[in-house]
Ligand binder design. Structure first.
Ligand code: G16
Length: 547
């Protein structure tokens, strides 16, 4: 190395433990001197063999991305990386980053995002490391990074000026080459190889089909404009809120009926003339699909996507298997059974799908938290899900709501909802979960509010590929009629704790499919309260978000 590496002494910060998806904290926490540097150094110290290799760097454009990228580039040069690929303006959606890592066989990538969490100076920031397969690092890696953060005494960097992130081309940071790349091109090319763009273009050109894509002022704006409007010819204006803003326009870029209420309302209003709506989150990996007056639940979306694979060129040859996170509804299990393929149940966190995808055991994966994806990358992928739906709509010439209703007719309906209690006191949340855990042995086999609890446990997972075991992944209460209530604490929040209560009930009888979701689940909501004492322990009488 010709550029001198500088070692800056430092000391550990507490709490640099990656959660469900990387380290997420308030921007103000990351702005503390040496905070970001310590975490990045801990990642680089955990790696081996990166000398001369390529690192992909990009993020969702949120506040502090630009500052963090310059810091990371200097540290990557000091760590011996030979080249960095950086999205222009620092932009790379999470699935695009995964696509770029895979296409260019990079050593790994650093993705700067706090996903759907709000941004801006008072908002959240985040960082995670993805491996050479394009997927989030596994638990063994993130545990090792955390260990390292707790013993760190210095970080390494070089002296080099900031580079212009807004100009495509080749730059140099110390001895490391930096290519500023078009953030959309590789990703768009990959999606084009999977879907029937001609048929989708024909659908989008029809006078009786109008769609709206809400990018929520987050990262998918440029991707959606390039793919939907430029390549597929959707009318200009199909993509709304399409310019990424550092604070997401003050919004909460989480595509659910609460935070994307405007889109849902537009699809419910026949005067809008809209037939299909979709949205994506801060970093472009989540999706929401909306039909006329009908929000497709993520669990149903996963099941419909799997069931219709034969209509989509990239998947027509068949699926090796499907996978869902444990709290996700069992709708996709029924599809897998009908297709005669395995269905894997993993803990929450996309990182758990990586080994199944790498081993060719699963082709399509999905989660209740608005994430669906496939083996084309190693992240969930918002625009992929939207294009998949458009491909189905184009071939079947049937509205989205009818497609879901027909799916229920065939497979039965897994009525599903998630109730979130946000920002509760961490100690109260822990008390609630510990109490539940302690009562598990009594719960199994008991009768509660007239409902028979068949089994109750704390979900543990053994990865079928590498044998690694993950414990304490959520409390499951399973009834004798197949209904479930699941309790988990979120691993992505930055303030207090968020309790998630997942409710599911299977309804086979088609005449009962239209019963409103919350009404159908009311007995389970009561059961959850009785079993967990939510109001008593947290003081909350009702959830903050119902999705
Ligand atoms: C991340 C993970 C997902 C998980 C979601 C919610 O998504 O990758 O696997 O389902 O968080 O996790 P939790 O329930 O722990 O908050 P994202 O979109 O936030 O990166």
């Amino acid at each position: 190395m010709t550029t001198k590496v500088i070692s800056v002494s430092s000391a550990p910060f507490s709490g640099q433990k990656p959660g469900t998806s990387g380290l997420r904290k308030k921007v103000t926490v990351f702005q503390q001197e040496r905070y970001l540097e310590n975490f990045v150094q801990a990642i680089f110290d955990t790696l081996s063999g990166q000398q001369g290799k390529t690192l992909v760097v990009g993020g969702d454009g949120r506040y502090y991305n630009d500052v963090a990228i310059q810091t990371i580039l200097r540290m990557a040069a000091a760590a011996g990386f030979g080249r960095a690929l950086v999205g222009c303006d620092g932009i790379l959606s999470t699935p695009a980053a995964s696509a770029v890592i895979r296409k260019w066989q990079a050593f790994g990538g650093l993705i700067l995002s706090a996903s759907h969490n709000p941004g801006g100076p008072d908002g959240d920031f985040g960082i995670k490391y993805n491996l050479g397969n394009g997927g989030p690092a596994n638990e063994a890696f993130t545990d090792a990074v955390y260990q390292r953060t707790q013993e760190i005494s210095a970080y390494r960097t070089i002296e080099a000026a900031d580079i212009d992130l807004g100009r495509l081309g080749e730059f140099q940071v110390g001895d490391m080459a930096v290519s500023i790349i078009d953030p959309v091109a590789d990703y768009a090319e990959l999606l084009e190889s999977l879907f029937d763009f001609e048929r989708i273009a024909a659908l989008l050109a029809r006078a009786d089909f109008r769609m709206r894509f809400d990018a929520m002022h987050a990262v998918t704006g440029p991707y959606a404009k390039a793919i939907l409007e430029s390549r597929l010819g959707a009318p200009a204006g199909t993509v709304v809120n399409g310019t990424p803003l550092p604070d997401f326009g003050g919004g909460h870029p989480d595509p659910n009926p609460v935070y994307a209420a405007e889109l849902v309302a537009a699809l419910a209003d026949s005067r809008s003339g809209l037939s299909f709506g979709a949205a994506s989150d801060g970093d472009g990996d989540r999706n929401m699909v909306v039909g006329r007056g009908f929000v497709v639940s993520p669990s149903d979306s996963l099941a419909v996507i799997a069931a219709n694979h034969a209509l989509v060129p990239g998947y027509a040859a068949g699926l090796a298997g499907v996978a869902r996170s444990m709290p996700t509804s069992c709708a996709v299990d029924r599809v897998a059974q009908a297709l005669g393929i395995p269905c894997y149940e993993t803990p929450t966190g996309w990182k758990y799908f990586g080994s199944l995808l790498d081993a060719g055991k699963a082709t399509i994966c999905g989660e209740e938290s608005a994430g669906t994806g496939s083996s084309h990358v190693r992240e969930k992928d918002g625009l992929w899900a939207v294009l998949y739906w458009l491909n189905i709509l184009a071939v079947r010439d049937t509205p989205a709501d009818v497609i879901v209703r027909e799916h229920w007719q065939r497979f039965g309906r897994n009525v599903y909802s998630r109730h979130d209690y946000e920002g509760i006191e961490t100690a109260a949340a822990d008390r609630l979960m510990d109490g539940l855990r302690a009562r598990l042995p009594q719960l199994a086999g008991s009768l509660c509010n007239g409902l028979r609890i068949e089994a109750a446990d704390d979900f543990a997972y053994i990865d079928p590929v590498d044998g690694s075991r993950s414990e304490r992944q959520g409390i499951r209460i399973m009834l004798d009629d197949g209904s479930r209530v699941v309790f988990r604490l979120s691993g992505t929040g930055t303030e207090g704790a968020t309790l998630r209560v997942y409710l599911e009930r299977f309804v086979a009888d088609p005449s009962r499919h239209e019963v409103p979701t919350q009404e159908a689940l009311a007995p389970l909501v009561q059961l959850a309260e009785t079993v967990a004492q939510i109001a008593g322990i947290t003081g909350r009488k009702k959830p903050d978000v119902i999705s």
